[in-house]
Ligand binder design. Sequence first.
Ligand code: T3D
Length: 318
Amino acid sequence: MKRPSASYSNALVSSWATGRGWDHFTGDGQTPAPADHDITTLAPERPDAAPKPVAMTETPLLSIRAGGTLTLTFNRPAKLNAFNFEIAEALIEALRGAEHDPGIRAIVLRGTGRAFSAGQDLEVFQRLAASGERIDIADHLRRTYNVVAALVRRIEKPFIASLNGIAAGVGLSVALACDLRVAADDAELTLGFSKIGLIPDGGASFMLPLLAGLGRALELAWTSEKIGAQEALRIGLVNRVVPAADLEAATQAYAAQFARISPAAIAVTKRAFNRALLPNFERWLDEEADLQQEAADAGDVMEGIRAFVEKRKPAYAQ
Ligand code: T3D
């Protein structure tokens, strides 16, 4: 598996020194991918074929195009598809590639195995922290999940999150940034951030109250309560729930319908809803990153992460 460039990995523990902010990572089409990174499209475009899973154990993001649907699959099943640098980078590149491709009429995000995604890979954070460095979470967010969330909202095509299992932390944030969510009846959702001393990020502090209402959103954020698919449907976090065995087919059928609808109607409707409800979303992501840094600087996050890695309950100072 290809590794991220050293400079990118180090960015997590360095200060945000460029002064360019995170906007240069989004949408401008100018920023080159890191030199050692590429996107692997595992199956060529097959307009008439249903997408078939491709057995790849080392590719962090599987990309399959069938008909007008691009399906991107997080692929670290042994770690419940926890997001590492490779997944974040590959996702950003795949989304940028899709942005101006008129042949792509809908984008599905899903995970292999029993999870959509368990959020940020906490073992990566633990390893970095063990080296004694301060984790620059705001910088990390600006380079990774904020870019993903901004692209998902900005690209004027339907995004569908297909929740095949657990969606936690920033994995759930990415799902919430999508336009639509289909859940398997055994899927589970949890914010998880508060368990490690953090706030919902990757746009979740915006999308969660928007979808679920302020009171329920705060409850879910503060308690990290794990909810099932039916409760998620009841409070508006998912659009539909299907039997687990039908999820893949149901998601693909859901996505395929958008290829039969006017692309202009799809695009301008998303633009209108974005402008009506989320006109300041990208600015909010930036502010949310600063607030996440404040939460991290308060000091509980490292104990939270250590406790997770050591499989014990955290012992926070009272
Ligand atoms: O800048 C920034 O990025 C900051 C942003 C942070 C955003 C976040 O995402 S914070 C929240 C991070 N996510 C979590 O806190 C969830 C952590 N995971 C869990 O609480 C549990 O794993 C689940 C509730 C999701 C599932 O529990 P369970 O019992 O079904 O599975 P498990 O045994 O805990 O996990 C299976 C494996 O996946 C296990 O690995 P092992 O021991 O078999 O080698 C576990 O360590 C690994 N795993 C699960 N989640 C993560 C993970 N490894 C790394 N990072 C994870 N997030």
